[in-house]
Design a protein around this ligand. Structure first.
Ligand SMILES: [Fe+2]
Length: 146
């Protein structure tokens, strides 16, 4: 029966991840562009590294969704309508480096939680990758706060 191979909950959760991974990439790009200060040369390329990882995850999640007859969100409107992450317009001087980093730590935690809701079909590798990003950001946060 077709129903046996229908996975509506998995499709919904994977599409949630598509929206969240897309939004997080936008928020990281904003941080990449807007950051200033003494840690710039270390953090600016780090944001590129994180976005490369997220782009890779996004492609994997979207293709997994397609494999189970889903249609990944593919427009910015769909991402914004469905993500649980903020889409905040700020100016470069409105937030401190610490604020930018704290924001990303919170957003990585949110994304990790989203992955854990779909633990059956997604690998531990991705949550581990996110944990590494989040831990690195927390360390940066402690360093720039001290
Ligand atoms: Fe750049």
């Amino acid at each position: 029966m077709a129903d046996k191979y229908d996975f509506p909950k998995t499709r919904a959760q994977l599409n949630q991840l598509v929206a969240d991974l897309s939004q997080l990439q936008t928020n990281i790009q904003q941080t990449h562009w807007y950051m200033r200060g003494e840690n710039f040369f270390r953090l600016h390329p780090l944001m590129d590294d994180y976005n490369d990882q997220l782009a890779d995850q996004l492609d994997n999640v979207a293709e997994r969704l397609i494999a189970i007859n889903g249609s990944p969100f593919a427009t910015t409107h769909e991402f914004i309508d469905n993500t649980g992450l903020p889409d905040e317009k700020v100016t470069w001087d409105q937030l401190t480096m610490r604020d930018f980093m704290q924001r990303l730590v919170d957003q990585f935690k949110y994304l990790r939680d989203q992955y854990q809701r779909e633990s059956k079909s997604l690998t531990k590798k991705r949550t581990f990758q996110l944990k590494i990003c989040s831990t690195a950001l927390r360390k940066i946060l402690i360093r720039i706060s001290g």
